[in-house]
Design a protein around this ligand. Structure first.
Ligand code: BES
Ligand code: MN
Ligand code: MN
Length: 462
């Protein structure tokens, strides 16, 4: 087969319009659509309106659909006809909180270019990557007056808070959302210059643990030693989560874990990955985790149980002799096929009930969850993505796993029966969820071309 190429006319459109297109992305990034904070609800709504207006302006009529939470943006272009395939593009227009603000080199919601990188909250996760697809649609519609396939764009404003209302929306509108393939750009490439298609995402089960002791804080001299300390009780509970080999020690935790097949193992072995460089990149004195597993296995193929936050007692300046009344931990488990959030929640709750020391009351509250996912790595949509990435980046993509979660991916596969292709344009070190989030300008340019070429190749695949 000849080397795939980005169609000339589309390539020329991106060249000629580069500056104008970038200005549009900057406008999108300026809206602080932080889904987790009530004070930003109006900004989240404004981002939905902005996106719908943008899609409608490029020629894909869009509506903003309210939910009990943040709105969903749904846009459709169906003039390719009933015989042409339908591609559903999913992305999220909400972003993580930007705090701690003082650690940003330039303000989080003032997009700023430095060293070939565009810095802003949402630059890579996921406004920038969602926007690439919108511009791919614009290129086709401007240059050719049509799209090569039918297209549905579904964008949500609740991904960063667990996609609470999306699965139900998909289930209720399954007929309208029926598609031959779902494409998502909300992930990263394996390394600079190496385009990547994801074959695995971990799922998630997220909890809060509250440990309550006495009704109020106590003088630690007058009561300490005779009243159970909730901070110590919580520490004892958390200490039972892992054994000395770094394995999760919650009974039954690994019962449904499916070991990877040879296909996934081989692709993992073929990847150029340097554990020492990874260690140096995170700046930790040493790496840890499950004994007998490589770093990539620990990240992509194995489940975890992590503490995400701890709160108890006096944490201000100097010393205060106090026995805290309560202690709290945020705990989340990353899951792999065939674990489910409900089953892991039940096992964690039973384990905590068994190990909680007397003298305190422990409650486990479910916060959110998402199913793990593994791709097929075959079929027309996968082939089209593989060739489109090669066309845009000049080399064939690698297949990689990912430790993060996109809860809706499993729902798409389950509710629509459509294969999901994940082609991401982020890079390691892009600071998603952290200060100084960025996307490489080069990947913005190549990503738009890849997305536009993908639609072309999906149409040709039949
Ligand atoms: N885009 C990320 C998930 C991701 C990160 C996929 C890196 C692939 C590579 C997504 O926005 C995200 O942050 N997901 C959350 C899910 C949670 C809030 C339910 C996550 O993984 O923590
Ligand atoms: Mn994301
Ligand atoms: Mn995210």
């Amino acid at each position: 087969m000849p080397r795939p190429a980005v169609p000339r006319d589309l390539d020329a459109f991106f060249d000629a319009n580069a500056r104008r297109l970038r200005a549009g992305l900057d406008d999108f990034l300026r809206i602080p659509s932080v889904s987790a904070k009530a004070e930003h609800a109006a900004d989240v709504a404004r981002a939905a309106e902005w996106l719908a207006r943008e899609l409608t302006a490029v020629g894909v009529p869009a509506e903003v659909i309210g939910t009990a939470g943040h709105p969903i943006v749904l846009a459709e272009w169906r003039d390719a006809g009933p015989d042409a395939p339908t591609v559903l593009i999913y992305g999220h227009y909400d972003v993580q909180p930007a705090e701690p603000l003082e650690l940003w080199t330039s303000p989080a919601f003032e997009p700023t270019e430095r060293d070939g990188k565009l810095f802003a909250r949402g630059a890579v996760d996921d406004k920038g990557q969602l926007w690439l697809h919108v511009k791919a649609l614009e290129a086709h519609l401007t240059v050719r007056g049509r799209l090569p396939v039918n297209v549905i764009v579904l964008a949500e404003g609740e991904e960063e808070v667990g996609s609470e209302h999306l699965a139900q929306f998909i289930a209720e509108h399954a007929e309208r959302l029926r598609a031959d393939a779902v494409v998502i750009s909300d992930s990263a490439m394996f390394a600079p210059g190496i385009p990547s298609i994801l074959f695995a995402l971990r799922g998630l089960a997220y909890f809060q643990l509250d440990v309550q002791g006495p009704v109020s804080d106590l003088h630690s001299g007058m009561y300490g030693g005779a009243v159970v300390n909730p901070a110590m009780a919580l520490a004892r509970i958390l200490a039972t989560f892992h054994d000395a080999d770094g394995r999760v020690a919650i009974p039954g935790f690994y019962a449904d874990v499916r070991e990877w097949g040879t296909r996934e193992r081989d692709s993992l072995r073929g990847l150029p990955f340097d554990e020492e460089r990874f260690r140096a990149g995170v700046g930790a004195p040493a790496l840890g985790g499950e004994a007998g597993r490589t770093v990539l296995e620990r990240l992509w193929a194995r489940p975890t149980c992590e503490v995400n936050g701890l709160l108890s007692g006096y944490t201000g300046e100097g010393a205060k002799t106090v026995l805290p009344a309560k202690a709290m931990a945020k705990v989340s488990c990353r899951l792999v096929p065939d674990q489910t959030p409900a089953d892991i929640e039940a096992k964690l709750a039973a384990h905590i009930a068994a190990v909680a020391p007397p003298g305190v009351t422990v409650t486990v509250t479910h916060l959110h969850g998402g199913m793990p996912w593994k791709a097929e790595l075959a079929g027309p949509a996968f082939d089209a993505a593989e060739r489109a990435l090669e066309a845009a980046f000049g080399r064939a993509p690698v297949c990689t796993g990912e430790g993060g979660s996109i809860p809706v991916v499993g729902d798409f596969q389950r509710l629509l029966g459509a294969p999901v292709v994940l082609m991401g344009f982020g890079l390691p070190g892009e600071n998603a969820h952290a200060p100084d989030e960025w996307i490489a300008i080069e990947n913005v340019e190549k990503g738009m071309r890849a997305c536009a070429t993908f639609l072309e190749f999906v149409a040709q695949a039949r």
